[in-house]
Design a binder for this molecule. Sequence first.
Ligand SMILES: [Zn+2]
Length: 155
Amino acid sequence: MSSILDYSLEMENFPTWTEIVEWFLALPIHFQVLLVIGIFLIIAGSLVLVYYILKGLFYLLKAVAKGLKKLFTNLYYAISGKTRPGEPVYVSQYPPSSKSHQPSEQSLSPKIPRQSGGIQFCTECGNKITKKMQNKLNETGVVYCVFCGSEIIKE
Ligand SMILES: [Zn+2]
């Protein structure tokens, strides 16, 4: 026992558990009780403190998140309000280009040679076929000329 005590006393900078117990037992009984109460109070206090710190941090983060959300919402409205003519273009440009990229390419690429090599002018009156007529011609395969009323059949 004495050898252990000697050893622990040598390490004064690092009080061992035995040393603490020895020191504690050497104290008068009311000091022991006060010390135990004090330690419990410190532990309880630190737990409460940690709890309130965490709670405070939580509310702080919540407030920050709310503030950021509000900020970004305002920013979004500010940006979208400023670039209102540009925004719908982006919105309307992206979905059709991704959705009907292949169909438009498929429908456009056969349309171009047809327009250049196929029917561009009315065979009867020689007037240029309008876009509306061209669309109807592509859809139904037949259209009536808006100028002379003759039937134009898709080649
Ligand atoms: Zn015609």
